[in-house]
Design a binder for this molecule. Structure first.
Ligand code: BGC
Length: 817
């Protein structure tokens, strides 16, 4: 039996032998999928069409209608906490275990590749999909992703690290051009991908929809061939995000292997044509198809394997994971844990109708769903419990009667536990959040309940940071994120001290949305988003500017206390540095602490954030126990990326090693001297953003200096082209508006969109997706029903190019631009 962990590389020769027997047509067919979820295969050669599917925090295997928006039903599968929750566990072992469980489920369902994890950096808390991403810090995101990938792939199942790269917002995600300087790319937005690729070799990487510095990620030679394959040694396959193909032939040249989903043969024919015309090297196509076939061969092996998934143990794992992912933000007067003897008013509809996962392509059909109220009933019985919904869970619009009822219940109880957060209509794939606040009804509920009962605990369920104008009022705040199907019982484990909270924020909670360094450039305008804040993302900005935050990166309390002592930083014979610190649990219950190591470079000829996370370790200790935690700092921990040298360079000299329990709670520090003769180029020494408590100030000339070229101008809406969105077409042209109506109806039919109003989140997501879809995608998604010629004909008419329209009408060849 073949080693299941060996992956597609072990299949290379077998795959190459099959490709050698394929006709050009068969090869071109293998460059895209078979319908929505399958790779192509080749019946004549006995190569099956294997299945790939979402990901990341549970399996979304659709058996009938396929879509990338979570519209059609999928098989029941364990819904684990989403990535923003899991990241708060800072627990690589736990995330690896979840990866293993997901791998088992994939084998049981015969899924060859699970489409995840997503590790885009949380540039701004409003990105609608932040719930699906790990962190604002690339080291943390990369390490967690590697643990996840190694877990899944240990089961002989592939992963798809996504979305490569710089996909940090939903607005205009299919065409927006992210303008980012190379240092920022290498040190922030690509770094997590680099770490994950080097530590875990995912079978596949999914390229993002958007453009990066003017070029679509799916045809970005620098991104795919040079950085991913050349610099990092990626050996797997690059797949498009669903519908991300722009110019397929350019994509082949740039290193894009697989187009998903199928485009009804449109792009396969383009590939064939390019080879026949001598525009595309057949050897390049062969290499690419070999990578695709190698993955299919791994999938073929899976047919001989069977796994019985133990749903109960996966549910138990999901419960443990949810508990480890919750962050105790505040706990005054030891309000938590609660006594089982207390009279408790449970307030908030999320206690009975949990908000536990996000909407969109990651939406899982859970095997069961725990709710906090039932878990409390089971623990305490109903004699001491009361309940009031306080708000309606989907829209949460203002409702005085619900508020009054909740206040009445809170007043009569010893403790009030308010469940609040973001309803699903507020955060989803497909659109960004409009503001950082909770719904007004949730804010009002918390304030009113706190006024009625000083002993109030707030439990938050949301995928990303929210403003908390009422933060001083409750005694305790427990951030549960989106805890998955067992989140309801896990929160009760935490509230009553069955489990000691140990989560730490993997992102900063700013006081106000306008404090976010990228806020003035998010989500951009005129099809472009400028990353002017450069390296100042999350705590890198707040700590450099010494700006107050609501809760800092790395923060999280416990029911016990930990002391750090005896820091030692020593250079090893091989050159790396070892950081050792003693951690003692000085409280009276067991618990876990995350030791965080930040590096501060006091003198640098390039601009640098004041400190950056370079290592971390989680340690579990019984009451009174002490342990020595040891972490490594490789040379890279002191380096920055020099764009002119195209290398990570270290300026020798003093560095400060800061060890703490959050980025704002540094407990110990040590000075070391790092030897290096590296000299930074002038390009690395350009002026960076001016960073102060007022925010980031970045003039055109400073940003141009960072980019090494003038800031690219915004794009005018006219003339329309294949990447104009339906919204733009509709806004700027009468004919475009008519076309838009027709196409949205067709598109909605093809994806099986819900009848308007039935599910408001899906309806909104669907509308946003359709509005922001570039015209080319309608042709590709229609599976051949709407050809490019028709789209181009409409374009020619909207652009008033009537001769061009006539030419297309009478059978002229379609053009690509
Ligand atoms: C999402 C991907 C997902 C794919 C397939 C896309 O819209 O961006 O993350 O894997 O659909 O559902």
């Amino acid at each position: 039996m073949r080693d299941i962990k060996a992956g597609p590389q072990a299949k290379h020769n077998e795959a190459a032998a099959l490709v050698a027997q394929m006709s050009l047509q068969e090869k071109a067919a293998c460059a895209s999928g078979r319908k929505f979820w399958h790779m192509q295969g080749c019946e004549r050669l006995g190569l099956p069409a294997v299945m790939v599917t979402d990901g990341p925090h549970g399996l979304r295997k659709q058996q009938r209608g396929g879509d990338h928006a979570g519209l059609n039903a999928s098989v029941p599968a364990t819904c684990f906490p989403t990535a923003s929750a899991l990241a708060a566990s800072w627990d690589v072992e736990l995330i690896n275990e979840i990866g293993v469980a997901l791998g088992e489920q994939c084998v049981a369902e015969q899924v060859t590749v699970l489409l995840g994890p997503g590790i885009n950096i949380k540039r701004h808390p409003l990105c609608g999909r932040n719930f699906e991403y790990f962190s604002e810090d690339p080291l943390l995101a990369g390490e967690l992703a590697a643990a996840f990938i190694n877990g899944v792939q240990s089961q002989g199942v592939g992963t798809s690290l996504k979305h490569y790269a710089v996909n940090n917002q939903e607005q205009g995600r299919m065409y927006v051009d992210a303008i980012v300087d190379e240092r920022t790319l290498r040190e922030i937005y690509l770094r997590g991908f680099e770490l994950a690729v080097k530590k875990s070799q995912p079978w596949t990487i999914m390229c993002a929809y958007n453009r990066l510095n003017g070029t679509y990620c799916g045809e970005h030679d620098w991104l795919l061939n040079q950085v991913l394959r050349g610099d990092w040694g990626f050996r797997g396959l690059v797949v498009t995000d669903w519908g991300a193909t722009n110019d397929r032939v350019r994509g082949v040249r740039a290193g894009l292997d697989l187009e998903m989903p199928a485009s009804g043969g449109i792009n396969d024919r383009r590939i064939e044509q390019a080879v026949n015309r001598g525009e595309l090297d057949i050897a390049l196509l062969d290499q690419m198809i070999t990578r695709n076939v190698a993955v299919s061969l791994c999938g073929a092996d899976m047919a001989a394997r069977s796994v019985t998934v133990n749903q109960q143990s996966h549910h138990a794992l999901a419960r443990r994971a949810a508990a480890e992912s919750a962050v105790l933000l505040k706990n005054e007067q030891q309000a938590l844990p609660l006594s089982e003897q207390s009279e408790i008013a449970v307030i908030g509809a999320f206690a009975r109708h949990p908000r536990y996962q996000g909407t969109g392509s990651s939406q899982v059909n859970p095997t069961r769903l725990d709710c906090a109220y039932d878990a409390m009933l089971e623990l305490l019985g109903d004699a001491r419990l009361s309940y009031a919904p306080g708000y309606e869970p989907v829209y949460s619009e203002k409702d005085v009667a619900l508020l009054d009822e909740a206040v009445g219940k809170a007043r009569g109880a010893k403790v009030a536990v308010v469940f609040a957060g973001l309803p699903e209509t507020y955060e989803s794939e497909g659109f960004d959040r409009q503001h950082m606040r909770l719904p007004a009804q949730h804010d009002a509920l918390i304030e009113a309940v706190c006024a009625a009962n000083p002993n109030t605990i707030v439990v938050l369920c949301n995928g990303a940071p929210v403003e908390m104008p009422w933060v001083e009022q409750p005694r305790a705040i427990l951030e549960c994120y989106l805890g998955g199907q067992a989140g309801g019982s896990a929160v009760v484990d935490l509230l009553f001290g069955k489990i000691n909270p140990c989560g730490k924020l993997a992102e900063t909670f700013p006081l106000h949305q306008t404090d976010v360094p990228s806020d003035r450039w998010f989500p951009g305008a005129h099809r472009q988003v400028q990353y002017r804040e450069g390296l100042y993302v999350g705590y890198r900005f707040f700590d450099s500017a010494d700006k107050p935050v609501l809760f800092p990166f790395g923060h999280g309390l416990s029911y016990t206390k930990f002391e750090f002592s005896n820091l030692q930083v020593e250079q090893q014979p091989a050159g790396d540095w070892q950081v050792r610190v003693d951690v003692t649990n000085t409280g009276d219950c067991s618990g876990a602490e995350v030791v965080q190591v930040y590096v501060h470079d006091p003198v640098s000829s390039a601009y640098r954030p004041v400190q950056e996370l370079k290592a971390f370790a989680k340690v579990k200790l019984a009451a009174g126990e002490r342990s020595t935690v040891s972490m490594e700092l490789a040379r890279e921990s002191f380096a920055l990326f020099d764009p002119a040298a195209q290398a990570w360079l270290v300026e020798g000299g003093e560095f400060e090693i800061r060890v703490g329990a959050s980025s704002r709670d540094i407990r110990l520090s040590a000075q070391i001297t790092v030897d290096s003769d590296d000299q930074l180029s002038a390009a690395a020494q350009v002026t960076g953003p001016e960073c102060s408590a007022e925010g980031c100030v970045v003039s055109d000339s400073v940003f141009g200096g960072m980019l090494g070229k003038p800031v690219p101008p915004a794009e005018p809406p006219r003339p329309f082209h294949m990447n104009t969105s339906l919204k733009e077409l509709g806004e700027h042209s009468w004919l475009g508006r008519r076309f838009k109506q027709k196409v949205v109806a067709q598109f909605s039919q093809s994806l099986g969109a819900p009848a308007s109003g039935k599910n408001p989140t899906l309806t909104r997501m669907f509308e946003e997706m359709a509005n922001h879809m570039p015209l080319r995608s309608f042709a590709l998604f229609s599976g051949g029903k709407m050809d490019f010629r028709r789209v181009q004909l409409v374009l020619a008419l909207c652009n008033h190019r009537y001769l061009e329209a006539l030419r297309l009408l009478f059978g002229g060849e379609e053009k690509w631009d």
